[in-house]
Design a protein around this ligand. Structure first.
Ligand code: FAD
Length: 302
């Protein structure tokens, strides 16, 4: 991404919603569960696993959180009915974490228990650093309450993450490892690309060493290659993970080479925040969208 693009990308929240929607269609399965099911069927037919995300974050009352829980229950039911190879990914704030940690725990437990009856799995996405302690605490609590079918996410841009891996060791955790998308201050996060990558590999090594199951969630070719060397003799202990609409050809190659791969499939009416994040990290698209919009605003069309 050029410096100009990076600068323009910060203006993306000023881009009109219809423009964001147009450019972000590839990242979203649709607005309904039915559309998400269709996408998962298509992925499964190509040997790719899925994880379904009901879009929605920062709920402001327990009823909104309840509606999201219900949407996930519907998703779990239909995954089972249609025998889809998919689990679910949930955002702590969408389940009520900002309202009360107890509410988050209880809502999550409803989903983990339901998933357990179907033999499927719940991944707790990781949000910004203000939620990390509560998210890891709730993950540990559920595991100590006897739930095995739940996993968490760690972000390699956070300086604390290596210590978090060590402190989870006794649980033999199931961890999705990613770089981390939320903007964090340098006091707690690496901001340099090379440092984030180095920490990714350091944490991946540590996770493999403690016997964790690892979801290697990256589209970064260098990290994919480095990870491939590390998982060579770890069958059944890892999978690659990618986002819907990103590097699909590379995902297909990994599957053809015999590596398990899961695609993150978001759907729902609250597509805006998720779409902004995807456009902001797309090196080609962000600049194009932003220039088109600035051009419009300046009356130059395009
Ligand atoms: C399955 C999955 C789950 C995730 N869950 C979380 C989570 O719970 N919490 C969290 O903080 N973050 C999460 N992330 C996001 C992650 O933290 C990164 O922000 C994101 O994956 C981009 O980092 P990267 O490793 O792909 O490297 P990058 O350096 O950002 O990307 C590498 C290359 O991939 C391609 N690429 C990347 N993004 C795009 C895009 N949007 N459009 C087009 N091309 C693109 C480009 O070619 C780019 O050069 C998740 C990512 C994945 C894949």
């Amino acid at each position: 991404m050029t410096l100009l693009d990076r600068a323009i990308v910060r203006l993306l929240p000023a881009v009109p919603k219809p423009v964001v929607q147009l450019f972000s269609e590839r990242y979203i399965a649709g607005e309904t569960l039915h559309e998400a099911e269709r996408v998962v069927h298509r992925l499964n037919a190509k040997g790719k696993r899925a994880t379904i995300d009901v879009l929605g974050e920062d709920v402001t009352n327990p009823e909104e959180a309840q509606a999201i829980v219900q949407a996930y229950v519907d998703a779990l039911d239909s995954i089972a009915e249609q025998r889809l190879d998919s689990n679910i990914s949930v955002k702590p704030t969408a389940l009520g974490l900002d309202l009360a940690i107890e509410l988050f725990h209880d809502n999550l437990e409803i989903l983990v228990s339901r998933a357990q009856t179907y033999g499927t799995f719940v991944r707790i996405d990781m949000e910004d650093s203000s939620t990390t302690d509560d998210t890891l605490h709730t993950y540990r609590r559920l595991r100590e309450e006897g739930h095995e079918n739940v996993g968490v996410v760690l972000q390699s841009h956070l300086r604390r993450t290596y210590d978090d891996v060590r402190s989870l060791a006794d649980l033999k955790p199931n961890v999705r490892l990613c770089k981390g998308i939320y903007v964090e201050p340098p006091s707690i996060a690496f901001t340099d690309d090379d440092a984030i990558r180095a920490n990714f590999l350091r944490c991946l090594d540590a996770l493999l060493e403690i016997g964790a199951y690892v979801g290697i969630a990256t589209h970064d070719e260098w990290l994919i290659r480095e990870s491939l060397e590390r998982v060579e003799s770890r069958e059944g202990r890892y999978e690659f993970q990618m986002l819907l609409g990103v590097r699909e050809r590379r995902a297909t190659e990994l599957v053809a080479e015999g590596h398990p791969l899961r695609v993150y499939v978001p759907y729902g009416r609250h597509w805006y925040q998720y779409s902004l994040r995807r456009l902001q990290e797309n090196p080609a698209m962000a600049g194009t969208v932003a220039r088109a919009t600035v051009g419009r605003m300046l009356g130059r069309g395009g």
